[in-house]
Design a protein around this ligand. Structure first.
Ligand SMILES: *Cc1c(COP(=O)(O)O)cnc(C)c1O
Length: 363
């Protein structure tokens, strides 16, 4: 079989969730949107079923997949419903929902529902993507509070720069949130991963960690708590061909790389069809048998090429780690002009193999 695969360590996932939750002692979602950031939402939900207070996803399609597989924990729809026709399904499957737009308020107030809904009312505290304006927030809250279709209300907002503590933006957003919600009774939820890790004063009642659950720091700098995260994914493959080239020979499409010395080239079964970034520059790090090597030449659809000249012990059949323990997805992402979030979400074709202290299985 082709050796490319993503090994998913479900014990590490549980460890990271407990780390997040332990920071506040209150409740914490496990954010499983986008197929758990490429890690396999169903398996991740099952692994966290005994630990997580609730799950969060981007849309009802993602929630219904979890329900169909027998996941009974509360699930929050982070953007609510996109069409009013989803409301009966939200009731039937006992989903929790964000409300971020007037249209959703009108849908909810006008609906005939079998049961009232748990609503997370989103404030735009400064990110300016979705949410109600501070000036209209309290009145919208009160409107929903009076509705028979609303079982509970939680106030919620989202930070745009919590990973950049020096900017002052999070303090501004927090102050806006406090002003807009000061006369409202109900639980609060503000923190994504950088909020969880660096903004204890904003923790509120419900944390919403995402990327940190998968063992990746959201920061560009070293941070003590983030250093305790364990990477969940090891993206692995093997060297499937080796060749020796003299100086001055081009490698791969477009001859992007020209050998500067007699070069031993390793070809790896991993390409952009697997989700490895095509934009990875020459010099992008890769581990071969645990040792640092680097990409030379353009990444192609099914293969990429490495410089093995300084790793004479490695060759055909050597183990290759594209990211994981000892080489963070963030470091690779920096060499491809993106972030670890996108590398994970782009994973494609590679089978996932799951390991956990209680079992080991593949999909
Ligand atoms: C995706 C998402 C999160 C998780 O963000 P991370 O940066 O991955 O921790 C939290 N809240 C909302 C509303 C989200 O959409």
């Amino acid at each position: 079989m082709r050796p490319a695969h993503a090994l998913i360590d479900l014990d590490a996932l549980r460890h990271n969730y407990q780390l997040a939750k332990g920071l506040s002692g209150r409740r914490a979602f496990a954010v499983l949107k986008a197929n758990a950031y490429g890690h396999g939402a169903l398996e991740c939900a099952q692994a966290l079923a005994d630990d997580a207070d609730a799950f969060a996803v981007a849309c009802i399609e993602e929630a219904l997949e979890l329900r169909a597989a027998g996941i009974n924990q509360p699930i929050l729809l982070l953007e609510g419903w996109f069409e009013a026709s989803e409301l009966p399904l939200i009731v039937e499957h006992q989903l929790w929902s964000v409300v971020h737009h007037h249209r959703q308020v009108q849908d909810l107030l006008g609906a005939q529902l079998g049961a009232p809904l748990h609503i997370w009312l989103k404030l735009d505290s400064g990110m300016h993507r979705v949410g109600f304006e501070p000036a209209e927030y309290a009145s919208t809250w009160q409107q929903l509070e009076r509705s028979q279709n609303v079982a509970s209300l939680t106030s919620m907002t989202h930070f745009s720069r919590a990973d950049e503590p020096a900017t002052g933006r999070t303090e501004e957003q927090l102050a806006t949130f406090k002003r807009a919600t000061q006369n409202l009774n109900g639980p609060t939820s503000l923190c994504n991963s950088p909020g969880v890790l660096a903004w204890p004063q904003a923790h509120g009642d419900w944390l919403r960690p995402g990327i940190m659950l998968y063992g990746v720091t959201p920061f560009e700098f070293d941070q003590d708590i983030a250093a305790r995260l364990r990477p969940v994914m090891q993206l692995q493959s093997k060297v499937i061909a080796v060749r020796e080239l003299p100086t001055g020979e081009p490698i791969g499409y477009g001859s992007r790389f020209i050998t500067q010395r007699p070069t031993r080239v390793g070809v790896v079964a991993m390409g952009y069809a697997d989700g490895y970034p095509r934009h990875a520059v020459d010099g992008t790090p890769v581990l071969v048998d645990g040792q640092r090597s680097q990409i030379i030449g353009r990444v192609s659809m099914d293969m990429l090429t490495l410089d093995l000249t300084d790793l004479p012990q490695s060759g055909l059949g050597s183990d290759v780690l594209l990211w994981g323990e000892g080489l963070s997805a963030s470091e690779v992402a920096r060499h491809a002009g993106t972030i670890a979030y996108q590398l994970f979400c782009n994973l494609n074709r590679v089978p996932r193999r799951f390991i956990s202290s209680s079992s080991s299985f593949s999909t």
